[in-house]
Ligand binder design. Sequence first.
Ligand code: ADP
Ligand code: MG
Length: 275
Amino acid sequence: RRTGLTTSDREIVLTGGPPPGAAELLARDVCAWFGGRLVLDGVSLRMEPRRVTALIGPSGCGKSTFLRILNRMHELVPGAELAGEVLLDGEDVYDPRQRAQQVRMRIGMVFQKPNPFPAMSIKENVLAGLKLAGIKCGDKNALVERSLLRAGLWKEVRDRLDSPGGALSGGQQQRLCIARSLAVRPNVLLMDEPCSALDPTSTRRIEETIAEIGHEVTVVIVTHNMQQAQRVSDHCAFFLAEENQPGRIVEHGETDRMFNSPTDPRTLDYVRGHF
Ligand code: ADP
Ligand code: MG
């Protein structure tokens, strides 16, 4: 039995996976339509490596659409169209020679509602993404441990890795989904209101996890919780769709400045809870 050695100290060799580390994600003049209706108009944003960027703004202003555009999930929506560019460390995410599957492996996504495979074991859940992406791993147990450690779930589940993912609490299921995303070693992790379905204690646990992950990869998180945005993010972008208008970024910048001295009065209104 190993003692005094954590998995993070050991080499875990993945073959066929993405290049390790964080990557810069750059959106340039992104426009999006659903069935001919413009819902995002000229959104440009740089999401820095090893930083957490929070997307804030009222419902319906296009935050989830923007996240789906970042990892090519937008193209799965019937009737959806797109203009502009998304670059991952300078490479076009929409390069037709690049398979969408490969892109989504480098840019992972965690959703509002935790979605582990309920009948699969905890261990199988963590490894599920590897199979899909065709990645081989030398030491699966080490990878499972490391992924669960990074997601802050290891201690709670280490003695029941073979029990079903669906048997965990909501907050644990969400951390399992985070572990599943991390197992393929993505360069970017997108999170769409990851705590909205969770209680305050679980929310805090996830926030701690985000803070850790934010040192290793690029994190983009959508949240309606302004305290959460201030706690977890380095940068913030405020999206707004004014009456009968498509969504746009009104203002973005360092989180402290966005909350304490925004330049646009609409940002101030929103962060103070006037919407
Ligand atoms: P947010 O996440 O900020 O609440 P969304 O990105 O979900 O906003 O939605 C932005 C706009 O796009 C809304 O007007 C919404 O109705 C519309 N929309 C989102 N998804 C679809 C879809 N699959 N089909 C048609 N319209 C959509
Ligand atoms: Mg949304």
